[in-house]
Design a protein around this ligand. Structure first.
Ligand code: ZN
Length: 205
């Protein structure tokens, strides 16, 4: 009796495990939502309002070498309609007047190479660096860390810039490696905004 009972229970467990495996397999297609946000906090003033309110970015002299990489990364966030079939309100334009900018790109030795930190983003409100989990911000500073950023391939430099831009607009990390908001050290395989990243922006703005 007991033995039979255990047998049935094992069979049922195996069946449930098989069902769980199928559900897991179905749960992993590229369309699965993986984006995260900072409790829904955003860049005040939005991300371009479909071009009617362009936001500006500024490449500091320190990041002059990275200008092409930066521009390419911006491009992938703007041209999601043609690239991914998803339209977002994102519209960034380059400015040469830093005071117009709400996304400044810097390049310097910010962290020891041992930290492995490739780049970081500071969200700022009224000239104070804030915790984006707690409040919105009105501009941001992307800091490319020379000792860890410069050895990257052009592909990963572009991906890392695009990743930081996601933080500027309010996206947090995901562990799904096919998203630009996955960290490189967590195995990111892409170098540009993906559909799920764009959906995250549409959720926020
Ligand atoms: Zn990050």
């Amino acid at each position: 009796m007991n033995v039979g009972g255990i047998g049935v229970s094992h069979k049922r467990a195996a069946m449930l495990a098989a069902i769980a495996a199928v559900v897991l397999a179905l749960g992993l297609p590229a369309t699965a939502s993986a984006y995260t946000t900072y409790n829904g906090h955003v860049l005040n003033g939005g991300v371009g309002n479909y071009g009617s309110n362009p936001r500006y970015y500024y490449v500091t002299a320190s990041a002059g070498y990275q200008e092409t990489v930066v521009n390419n990364a911006v491009y992938t966030w703007i041209h999601t309609t043609s690239r991914l079939g998803i339209t977002t309100p994102i519209y960034w334009a380059r400015t040469y007047t830093q005071s117009q900018s709400v996304m400044d790109i810097y390049h310097n030795i910010y962290y020891d190479p041992d930290t492995g930190i490739i780049a970081s983003t500071e969200q700022i409100l009224n000239n104070v660096v804030i915790n984006p989990l707690a409040t919105n911000w009105n501009w941001a500073k992307i800091k490319l860390n020379t000792p860890c950023f410069d050895p990257l391939s052009a592909y990963n430099e572009e991906g890392s810039c695009a990743h930081e831009m996601g933080h500027v607009m309010g996206l947090g990390h995901t562990s799904v490696t096919s998203r630009v908001m996955c960290q490189l050290e967590s195995g990111r395989t892409v170098n540009a905004c993906q559909a799920d990243d764009a959906n995250g922006i549409n959720y926020l703005y």
